[in-house]
Each structure stands twice: as structure tokens, then as C-alpha cells.
Ligand binder design. Sequence first.
Ligand code: EPZ
Length: 430
Amino acid sequence: MEKYVIKGGTPLVGEVEIGGAKNAALAILAAATMSSETVYIDNMPDEADTNVMLQAMSSIGVLIERTGRHSVKINASQITNHTIENDYIKKIRASYYLIGALLGKYKTAQVVLPGGCNIGLRPIDQHIKGFTALGANVSIEHGMIDAKADKLVGNHIYLDVVSVGATINIMMAAVMAEGKTIIENAAKEPHVVDFANFLNSMGANIKGAGTDVIRIRGVERLHGTEYTIIPDQIEAGTFMVAAAATMGDVTVKNVIPKHLESISAKLVEMGCQVQESDDAVRVVATKRLQKTNVKTLPYPGFPTDMQPQITVALGLASGVSLVTESIFENRFKYVDELTRMGANIKVEGSTAIIDGIDKYTGADISAPDLRAGAALVIAGLTAEGFTTVEDIRYIERGYEEFDAKLRELGAQITKVDSDRELQKFKLRYA
Ligand code: EPZ
């Protein structure tokens, strides 16, 4: 099994290019099946989750051509069926976007229930509520979601919780429905806005994305388009926090600084310098980080997908910090692993109480999920001695070339596949 081995203690210094947003890409790929014309997508991240989505689309007859590592040409004019059973797809959360896409265009979809990172219960009741409000019959049988409608008709839908997935899925079901749909209490994340922009570039009529209220007027068809996905807010944030935790100086390039403001603000409170330019953010840490409190919230609040990374950094800050997770109930599983590296963190309910230590010490740990995995790598980069991180398949779901990008910044990290390779690395950096 591949794992990362890290020799910690080197500050990250230099520049790193951020790729396209995974969580925008997953929704955009699914929605590309809603046009019978060719769709060209650029700045698509080459990660396990996006590749699984493409495989699932190809399993129902969507023609997919990789025109470059980060660009793809999609033509869904010859879809052969509307049932997605592909074994891999159930492992990714975003499989549920294929329900909204197929239901929206073909009025029928059968898709295996979504999996994804084990960070909490993750119900899909709000998605189902939206589909039903538009006129679909939705049932769950034998592990499959079955959604069907004679026709879809616009409606006024109030979401009980702010959900990225439900907002996007309902947009897909509504975009070709008869009449007008209003989604209230909609998610405002950058990838929700990017997704709406993508649909509008195919001829949809969606207004208000990025606010609490999204208004959609149904159109008869969606045409082909060429679209470039926005930069990944969370990949960028991860490198920003890695710079801070390692006492580094990193310029994170190809980003939208506005999307990173909640992260930048916390890093400033922790004593870092953060300089923004048009499409880059530079993070410099020259003195020990200071405590602060963080609460995860829907956008524009601090993202839950950055919670493990900031906790790792606060684990090294002077004083006691509180981190409260308000989106997912089971997102502190990595704290046990961090404790093995010397962290002094107690989790009470949805809050982690972090008493900062001087330094982590290297240990053999494993990634419990995607973002926690990246956070543990950051801990390893700061730690005294060697750290090995197992189960890196989780990290590879959402970070392209994570180890290579870190090496470019001076990190001593490599992916190994055998004990021999592990020993070789340790000898080299002993
Ligand atoms: C998306 O998940 C992301 N995944 C997650 O990223 C991210 O953590 C999350 O949004 C929050 O930003 C994808 O985009 C593929 P939600 P999603 O629906 O859409 C509750 C990563 O690391 N809820 O916004 O599944 C839910 O339990 C991943 O990249 C309901 O109660 O999240 C949670 O408490 C992990 N009923 C809250 O809403 C529903 O029907 C927000 O979840 C739907 C959600």
C-alpha cells in the first residue's frame, strides 16, 4: 500500500499553483450530461473523485475525451440508460449529482446511494424534498435511489439546512422544469456560484447564485459550452495553512483571494502576514503562531473542509484555542492520530480544546478522510523526525500531486510503496 513518508522540520518556501475546484468540477461534470451538444471543460483537476465521476458517466454511454490533463470534451447525445450502478461511484459523495442531472433532463434516474468521506451522518433528505417539490417520485430500494417524473414543474423550495449538495442538485432538476423555481436558504459557496455560471453558459436562466435565494426559470434545452472551472478554495487554504504551520513563506497562485478571506483572517489573527494580490495570496510566518478560536460555518464563514488543517496549526500555537465544528458531527476523528504526534487536544462534543505545544513528533499515522489526511501531512511537515501517513488514497481523492507540490516548496516528502523505499528515504534524510 502506498504511503507518504515525511521528514519534518523544513519551512515551506516558494510558489505553488492551485488547480481547479474539485467540488465544482464534480457538479459540472454531472451537469454536462444535460446537453446533447459537446461541452468542453477546462481547469479540471485530475483527482480520483473526478476520474470516478467520468467513469460513471462513460458507463451510461456519455462520450468522454481527455483533451489534456486538465481538459475534457464531453458529449452526452448518445446516453444508453439512466441507471448508474458502477461499483466505484458509490464511494464518492457526488454520485448524487447524477440523480439531479438525469432527472432534470430525462425525468428518470437510478443511482446507487452515495458514499464519500465518513465525517458524519450526511443525509440527503433535502435533495429528495427538492426533487419531490418539483413533481418527482423518489424511492430508495436495494441501495439505489430511484427518481422519476412525468414532468417537472417549478416550485418554491425552502431548505431546512444550508446544503451545498441539495442546492446544486435542485438547480439541476429545476433548470429544465416548466416555469419558475425559487430555492430559499440556498448555499452560497464559491462552487455553487461557479456551477450556476456553468449552467447559464449552457443557456440556463439562473439568478441569485451566491445569495440565499436562487431563482431559476426553466428552459427547454441546454446547449454546448466551453467553461473553465474556478480555482480550488480548499486546496489553496491547505497550502496557506501549511505555510503558516511550518513557519514558511509561500505564495499560493492562481486563486481568487476573495474566496480565501475567512482563512486569511484567521491566519492574521494567528500572527501571520497575509498579502493578497489579484490572483495570489502570500502567507509568511516568522514567529510562533498565536491562539485563536474558529467555528466552521457555511460560506462566507470558515469552511468545514479547512477545520482539520487549522486545528493542526493551532496545535502548535501559544495558548488555548477552541475549534467548533458546526457542519458535520464526526469530523474530529483525526485528533487521535494527532495525539500520537504529541498534540494536546481534547474533544468535547463539537468543540476541540487545543492547548498548543512547541512541536509535534513524527509517528506512524493514517488518514481517516480527505481533509484530515491533508492536515496530518501538515503536522508531519512540522514534526521532529519521520512521519508516515497511511491510507493516502483518501488524500488523493481531492489533492492532485499533493506530495510533488509540497516538494516544490522544499518539503521532504515522498510516496513509497515498500519497506525498502521507506528505509531508503530514511537513510537519505537521516
Ligand atoms: C459538500 O458536501 C462537499 N462535497 C463537502 O466536501 C463539504 O464538506 C460540504 O459540502 C460542506 O461545505 C462535495 O461537494 C462533493 P452539505 P455535501 O449538503 O454537499 C446536512 C470535501 O472534503 N444535510 O452542504 O454533502 C449535512 O448532514 C468534502 O471535499 C442534511 O441534513 O454537504 C451537513 O450537516 C467533504 N440533509 C450539512 O447539511 C441533506 O439533504 C451540510 O452538508 C443534505 C445535507
